[in-house]
Design a binder for this molecule. Structure first.
Ligand code: 5GP
Length: 157
């Protein structure tokens, strides 16, 4: 017989897994159904620019495996995702001439999550430059394309 504690943890996991919507916008980006300004891809993750950037180079790193957020992602998948975040962060910082990076990750609507496929924000920060609001204004696509190109060049250098 499954202990009560384990059984309720399993039920909770099933509930969060059931909540994953395969038609969310990032799942569509992963399937190539909608475009993105891609900067990096490997077997585990895809990284592309946020279309409403808080600063130049604001990047989203998403898993290739489906998960809604921290509550339903497998620990190994989370480790692989964070390895990519760690690899990209200094490259992004240097590519846009920033001084540091802010890492943000929202879990649940109440916490500010708006897209329900797990993702980590890498937001380059420049000394004395204020960040724009979270999910504020859509940036100009020509500017985004130029930034993405700059970052890809740095990554391939
Ligand atoms: P969350 O609040 O879920 O952590 O952040 C979702 C992020 O996705 C926001 O920063 C928002 O600007 C970004 N975003 C929303 N729709 C799109 C899209 O279609 N393409 C890209 N590249 N970013 C998006």
């Amino acid at each position: 017989m499954i202990p009560k504690k384990v059984s309720s943890a399993l039920q909770e996991t099933e509930r969060s897994m059931a909540a994953y919507d395969p038609d969310n916008i990032f799942a569509k980006i992963l399937r190539g159904e909608i475009p993105c300004h891609k900067i990096y891809e490997d077997d585990d993750a895809l990284a592309f620019l946020d279309i409403m950037p808080r600063s130049e180079g604001h990047t989203l790193v998403i898993t290739k495996s489906p998960a809604t957020n921290l509550f339903d992602i497998a620990a190994d998948d989370l480790c692989r995702l964070m390895k990519v975040v760690q690899k990209l962060a200094p490259e992004l910082r240097d590519a846009v001439g920033a001084d540091g990076v802010l890492i943000q990750q929202f879990n649940g609507e109440v916490a500010g999550q708006t897209v329900f496929h797990i993702h980590v924000h890498i937001v380059p920060i420049k000394e004395g430059v204020a960040l724009k609001p979270h999910a504020g204004q859509t940036a100009d696509h020509t500017a985004l394309a130029a930034t993405a190109e700059k970052i890809r060049k740095k990554l391939s250098a």
